[in-house]
Ligand binder design. Sequence first.
Ligand code: SF4
Length: 188
Amino acid sequence: MKNLFSTQFNISHIEPATHIYGPGRRFAVWLQGCSLACKGCWNEQMWSFKANKLLARKTLLAQILAEEDIEGVTILGGEPLDQAENTVWLIQEIKRQTSLTVMLYTGYTKLELEQQQLWTILEANVDLLVTGRYQEQYRNTKNQWYGSENQELIYPEKSRIEQRSKRLNEVEIIIEETGEVRVLGYPT
Ligand code: SF4
């Protein structure tokens, strides 16, 4: 699917430093909009393609580059590849300009990504892909980084991520200086 807002991302949420979406401390960005409508999805508020928070892709890249002490970037949603042009641009720029690792969540399977002619470019630029729909009947909250057993964790040949998913349910509680509290992950 082409980007609806030209070279702007439609963003749901950003966490500039989180520890539960991939290895190490990571910049995580949830993109707004998903066409896949998995039954039981926990992020239904991210399905709508209406403009939520629009951000020029260069601005998002600058925010990532300005973040200190991160090991990588994780892109999730929503469905990042329903904004494929911008997502691919971002992934390539991160790879070109930094040594940060990239992790990408997508509800599409490897076969679908091949059919969409996205696989080759993703394989060359992403260090870890979590692929496939969320399937409620295969839900398992005890796996680090993914939520249903049918999903596949793919480490492409040139991946710089060595860490493998563990049997672990991680939850992160962030307390801002303002007193705002956010809970990330899915506590059982
Ligand atoms: S792909 Fe992800 S965001 Fe989209 S419906 Fe499935 S679980 Fe929800």
